[in-house]
Design a protein around this ligand. Structure first.
Ligand code: GLU
Length: 438
């Protein structure tokens, strides 16, 4: 066989339209995308729909939407066209048929029981994996395998090889679960005298308990991350670190930096852990990088009740420091909109346990609050002075006030909340707390 080279770096992602965009697929897509961009090549999206007899347009759309949301635009594919189409396997059946016939004619494949089988010869099949180094299989371990099923659809191994070849894919970057398929695909390339692409097998994502991430254990659908209000930049940054590490050890970096610094050498063979705590932490960082104006726009679709732009605008800066994902926003701020539900037991537990003392504290506050200028600094001064004068324990007293006006123990700074709530609501809530305490 003559040594031939690819003229251009071309990578691909080849999802099946199952109705969801799997986060594991997005992770593989991201690495393909980055490598293609780094080398000014092309990133191809191919729909592998030969297992699904009926073409389901909605299932494809889910994939396109996920890629769009995450900024992983493909250069070729059913959604954008390209010179190597069609990009849906179900539309390529004649192409597969042609090569099936060729292989049978060359006596490299044969028909049996209504299917067509590839003839495996003796010897060894190996490749230099860009992540794992040399991988070699003894052909004895591999039996003849089906390339055309009895329903006249190609098998995965056959379709993927024909397509990668015909679409001039130079680098096949995919999950490690396909390592055992690779020798079969290489044998098909050799039988067709086709140029064999380079292979890179990425480590599989794992749960914190080291099991493989799967629908049953974890949310794997990109739409779930979208509904939870993770920012796409954060999810991308998080996925970049699944197996790959930044040369300067950075955790936070943009996709452009990833594209610039990407290399196969920096991908570890061991399974990266999909740790939601880390994702939440990262999302919080990206949220804090947003301007207040942008964040206001982002949280709006997550509001359960309609509130005015003015009020969201006042609340957002207070909450920004503590927000980890956008869907937490409405729950964190519900006390600004409706009356909070006060748990008397919590109020007593956290506020110093003595009902009488807490009631008296609130009464004394209410007696003077009327006169206070409604500003953070003035409010803080007043609350500190009244604490000192009466010898109260500051931490407990402030907590009691916090619970009385918000129903929560963790909130943005107390006096900033009061300013946004306004004098009327603040005093009414303290008064109702007194009543609740009986
Ligand atoms: N449709 C296959 C999958 O999603 C493609 C595998 C490959 O990249 O070759 O697993």
């Amino acid at each position: 066989m003559t040594k031939k080279n690819f003229q251009e770096i071309r990578t691909r992602i080849a999802p099946s339209p199952t109705g969801l965009a799997h986060v594991g697929n997005i992770y593989v897509a991201l690495f393909n995308f980055a490598f293609a961009r780094q080398n000014k090549g092309k990133f191809v999206l191919r729909i592998e729909d030969t297992d699904i007899k009926r073409h389901v347009p909605e299932a494809e759309q889910v994939i396109y939407d996920a890629f769009k949301w995450l900024g992983l635009e493909n250069d070729e594919g059913p959604n954008v066209g390209g010179s190597y189409g069609p990009y849906r396997q179900s539309e390529r059946l004649e192409i597969y048929q042609k090569y099936i016939k060729d292989l049978i004619a060359k006596n490299l494949a044969y028909e049996k029981e209504g299917a067509v089988w590839f003839k495996v010869n003796s010897g060894k099949t190996s490749w230099d994996d860009l992540i794992r180094g040399k991988i070699e299989f003894d052909n004895k371990e591999i039996k003849d395998f089906v390339i055309l099923k009895s329903d006249k659809y190609p098998s995965y191994n056959f379709a993927v090889t024909i397509d990668d070849w015909q679409m001039k894919i130079s680098h096949v970057i995919r999950a490690e679960e396909h390592i055992s398929n690779t020798p079969r695909q290489i044998m098909i390339y050799q039988a067709l005298d086709a140029i064999i692409p380079q292979f890179a097998h990425l480590p599989l994502l794992r749960n914190t308990d080291h099991s493989k991430i799967s629908k049953r254990k974890n949310p794997v659908s990109v739409s779930w991350y979208q509904e939870q209000g993770y920012l796409p930049e954060a999810l991308i940054n998080f996925l970049c670190l699944m197996g790959w590490s930044h040369p300067e050890g950075k955790d936070i970096f943009s996709i452009d930096e990833f594209i610039k610094d990407f290399s196969f050498q920096r991908i570890s063979k061991s399974a990266p852990i999909f740790d939601f705590k880390k994702l939440d932490w990262m999302d919080g960082i990206y949220i804090r990088e947003k301007s207040n104006e942008d964040l206001i726009k982002l949280v709006k679709p997550f509001m359960l009740k309609k509130i005015s732009d003015g009020l969201i605008g006042e609340i957002v800066p207070l909450i920004k420091e503590r927000l980890t994902k956008l869907s937490d926003f409405p729950l964190m701020i519900n006390f600004f909109i409706g009356e909070p539900k006060i748990d008397v037991k919590l109020l007593l537990d956290k506020g110093g346990k003595d009902k009488k003392v807490i009631k008296q504290q609130f009464e004394l506050v209410l007696a003077d609050l009327e006169k206070i200028k409604w500003e953070t600094v003035e409010l803080e001064k007043f609350f500190r002075e009244i604490t000192e004068k009466n010898n109260w324990i500051l931490g407990k007293f402030f907590m009691a006030v916090r619970i009385a006006i918000t129903g929560k123990i963790a909130t943005p700074p107390l006096f900033e909340i009061m300013v946004v709530l306004g004098k009327d609501k603040t005093t009414t809530r303290l008064a109702s707390a007194i009543k609740l305490l009986g």
